[in-house]
Design a protein around this ligand. Structure first.
Ligand code: ATP
Ligand code: MG
Length: 200
């Protein structure tokens, strides 16, 4: 079985993440995509949501898609999340699965800095999608990484969680920029400085 891992902080999960997972799934015939929120060290997320809230938002958003699921390992384990460690555990747990790791263009260019990238590229294939602000140019990567990245065609989505947290804090709507279920969750819970209220 081919499984895509969609890793991120998802603070909050937005439409760019959903489209990345869906276009990667479709382009490479992935039977499932598992969304994997990473643990965030407490000092790194003053304005952010807890691991529990981020897991809940992802859970709510993926439940309607039969091929989407959630992997809570990194949040549950806590500490610094190293993708390599997680992937080694995943391959021990699911030896029959072929894993793909889905990343946006900013992360593609950052791959050379990933801890253990030499081993990671031997264990899985990366699926890269476009994202405004960073060219998706495999020619900029060392060859041993570039040859392990394939691309999925996705309409560019100029959204980031940072921008959505800022919008929410300013009292601006994030409706339709996040899945409906995430919008409802943020409204209900008053995350990111949103005043809890009924949808209007
Ligand atoms: P933040 O602003 O907090 O960094 P983010 O929007 O970058 O949030 P992350 O959780 O950091 O979201 O990203 C998880 C993964 O999703 C990364 O691989 C990232 O490149 C990808 N991604 C995020 N936003 C988009 C987007 N708009 N288009 C394509 N890929 C995206
Ligand atoms: Mg990011």
């Amino acid at each position: 079985m081919k499984v895509g891992i969609m890793g991120g902080t998802f603070d909050p999960l937005h439409i760019g993440h959903m489209m990345a997972a869906e276009t990667a799934r479709e382009s490479y015939g992935l039977q499932e995509v598992w969304f994997m929120p990473s643990h965030i060290p407490p000092h790194k997320h003053e304005a952010g949501a807890s691991g529990e809230d981020r897991l809940s938002m992802v859970q709510e958003a993926v439940k309607d898609h039969p091929a989407f699921g959630i992997l809570d390992w990194e949040v549950v384990r806590g500490g610094v999340s190293y993708t390599l460690e997680t992937v080694i555990s995943l391959q021990e747990e699911y030896p029959q699965h072929e894993f793909f790791f889905i990343v946006g263009a900013d992360m593609v260019q950052y791959l050379p800095k990933w801890q253990g990238i030499e081993e990671l590229v031997q264990r899985l294939t990366f699926i890269g999608v476009g994202r405004p602000g960073t060219p998706l140019d495999l020619g900029l990567l060392p060859g041993f990484i570039a040859e392990r990245v394939v691309l999925a065609d996705m309409p560019l989505v100029d959204l980031s969680s940072t921008m959505l947290r800022a919008r929410a804090a300013e009292g601006k709507s994030i409706r339709y920029m996040v899945p409906d279920a995430v919008f409802d969750y943020v409204q209900r819970s008053g995350l990111y400085g949103v005043q809890p209220r009924s949808a209007d």
